[in-house]
Design a protein around this ligand. Sequence first.
Ligand code: IMP
Ligand code: MG
Length: 196
Amino acid sequence: MRFADPKYTMREDLKKILFHESTILSRLDELADQITKEYMGKELTVIAVLNGSFMFLSDLLRRIPLPLRIDCLSVASYHGSTKSSGVVEFDQVSLPDITNRHVLILDDILDSGLTLNAISERLGNLAPKSIKICVLLRKHKTREKPVEADYVAFDIADEFVVGYGLDFMEHYRNLPYIGVLDETIAEKAMCASATP
Ligand code: IMP
Ligand code: MG
């Protein structure tokens, strides 16, 4: 069992590294500047979609020197696999008060579009002044639901990625970089359906 091997670093489960930590952080410098200019003097509420956006949230927002509010939502559309279940479930009973506020939704990745479509529809019903979407990654693919991201840190190919908040079966979120998961890991996990 490879988790028990003291030399195991998670890196060996990746086919390749796409973005090193330094690349991510310098791109966030640029994105934060752009967002700061756009929202200067406006009542901004950032709504982060957990768990996947937790690293992105903290690295991006510490680069934005504006008096903003932060709220988090948790939803699930992937249930332990690399394929979307197609159902978006909200964990919150009550949503944040965003009436008359400018809302920026932060998410880890725009994939099928189901999650961000459901969230922006739901928040759109709460009378915000505006809603924009900011994602760390945007996959190049045809989406099941039409969603346009207003701010994108990186565009990527349609591959399953992990690290920097993104998981496969709740693992790899703590990697400080982003990489493509080796297909054999996903295949083995599907057979064992316990840990990757
Ligand atoms: P959606 O398919 O656009 O609704 O994305 C739903 C969620 O699936 C994202 O917020 C991620 O948490 C997860 N997801 C989609 N693609 C990937 C991936 O390549 N790696 C890890 N998680 C992913
Ligand atoms: Mg996930």
